[in-house]
Design a protein around this ligand. Structure first.
Ligand code: FHN
Length: 462
């Protein structure tokens, strides 16, 4: 099947307008609505990430560590890969079930792949027929169905969109991936950007979304055959110009409240509204390709992590994270003023696998009991790596003790401690002052995943 792409003269119209203003992006000032959206985002604290596409049919090919990267890792050509959409018929997909599951887990938004690196659109794109409505037997716009269901159930929807594209003939020069797809070694980069922006524009205009989660910029940041050498991909040499300013300006002109984040693993670029960290708490960079501590900007933060070891569905990946691990991730993120975006990779039949339904329910149980210590808070003033973190709301500080061997916490509150209690039972906790310091006794109980103490100060401190 040869894919129909919209004629370039139509795209020029999109581009002439936005190109003229691209410089203006450098002076980006978020609108009042955008600032309000950022506050909502920071209060929301937790979302569900969903990696779902025709790659889910392959289930990772029986190999750990790949799922949505199967086209790259197994060097599948475009011609071969285009057979997959014809097999994609997720008859058990039900937006109501997914949204209800996210809500019950304590999530306030969903971020789903509208197009991953394979180039296949999981929404009814008018720009290319390489999409779920025009090119699969399923023929339904799952993004529209999720948009409608999110509105009904009162949570927000974000669009993950991969700038990297292993299918489009004009994604040229190639980056350090997508070099075994059988495409001609030629193409027009500007035409690809027009195509990319036309899809982004139709998502922004035609769907009621809260923002964009971009990915794939890093592919052009370095021409490396070997992913593992990409750690030096911050090298600025021979970098292709993504003209992000033009894209961001176009989005904010369509709807100024849309929140833009880009998983480029660099410090935030002008025009972005939140900063994400992949498989890491802000600035930890345990992955090696992440964002270093000194690159944490002033924007709202979001950490994303897989519920097992894979983003897309992987048949043999049984590294399912425990309830304790997930709860501690939420708490550690919130303690560092960051949201937590937890990923599931649904199966090709449209269902989320049982192990992850169970994990989400367990997380929701904790959030139901302790959500008040997370939602609407900001990172607290006290933290001791692996021992405890704090979240804060006004003059109340929640100490989340992560290590059960910690029996006391000593801190300088900066204001008089009026009350200290176990959050769950309200049982008073002994504390004593010594000079500027206060010492809290930590009443760890059997079964605590995290021991949360509520400390009320005479006045708010930062
Ligand atoms: O290559 C993608 C990967 O498939 C996945 O989408 C993650 C999610 O954060 N982002 C890229 C890897 O950095």
């Amino acid at each position: 099947m040869k894919t129909r792409y919209i004629e370039s003269h139509v795209l020029v119209a999109v581009f002439v307008f936005s190109a003229f203003f691209c410089a203006a992006q450098e002076n980006y000032t978020p609108s009042k609505e955008n600032i309000e959206a950022r506050k909502w985002f920071q209060d929301a604290k937790m979302g569900m990430f969903i990696h779902w596409g025709v790659y889910s049919i392959m289930g990772g090919g029986g190999e750990e560590g790949i799922a949505e990267w199967i086209m790259q890792n197994k060097k599948i050509t475009v011609d071969a890969y285009e057979k997959l959409p014809k097999l994609f018929n997720p008859t058990e997909f039900d937006a109501k079930t997914w949204v209800a599951m996210a809500k019950a887990a304590g999530m306030k938004y969903i971020t789903i792949t509208t197009k991953h690196h394979d180039g296949f659109a999981m929404y009814d794109s008018q720009v290319s027929d390489y999409n779920i409505v025009d090119s699969s037997p399923f023929g339904r716009d799952i993004f529209r169905e999720l948009e409608q269901e999110c509105k009904k159930q009162g949570i927000k929807l974000f669009a993950y969109y991969s700038q990297l594209d292993w299918h489009h003939p004009d994604y040229f020069p190639r980056g350090w991936t997508g070099r075994h797809t059988g495409r001609l070694e030629s193409g027009n980069w500007e035409d690809y950007l027009k195509y990319q922006d036309a899809q982004i524009k139709e998502l922004a205009e035609n769907y009621d979304i809260a923002g964009f989660w971009f990915d794939g910029w890093w592919d052009q940041a370095a021409h490396k055959e070997d992913w593992h050498r990409a750690v030096d991909y911050r090298l600025k040499k021979d970098q292709i110009d993504w003209k992000l300013g033009r894209t961001y300006k176009m989005i904010h002109d369509v709807k100024s409240h849309l929140l833009i984040g880009n998983n480029h693993h660099e410090a935030p670029f002008v025009g972005e509204d939140f900063q994400m960290f992949e498989k890491d708490l802000p600035g930890k960079n345990t992955t090696g390709f992440g964002t270093a501590a000194d690159d944490i900007g002033e924007l709202p933060l979001e950490t994303c992590e897989t519920i097992n070891g894979s983003w897309g569905f992987n048949l043999i990946d049984d590294n399912h994270k425990s309830q304790e691990t997930l709860v501690k991730y939420v708490v550690n993120a919130a303690g560092r003023n960051s949201n937590f975006l937890l990923n599931v990779g649904p199966m090709p039949n449209g269902k989320i696998q049982d192990e992850h339904v169970k994990s989400l329910k367990a997380l929701g149980k904790w959030m139901e009991a302790y959500g008040e210590t997370i939602y609407g808070t900001r990172g607290g003033p006290f933290i001791k790596e692996d021992a405890y973190v704090t979240t804060q709301k006004g003059n109340t500080i929640f100490f989340h003790v992560l290590d059960p061997s910690v029996k006391e916490v000593v801190f300088e509150p900066g204001a008089r401690v009026q009350k200290a209690t176990r959050y769950d039972s309200g049982a008073k906790i002994k504390f004593k002052r010594s000079g500027k310091k206060t010492m809290l006794t930590v009443p760890v109980k059997e079964g605590d995943l995290v021991t949360t103490i509520e400390v009320v100060l005479k006045k708010s401190v930062r």
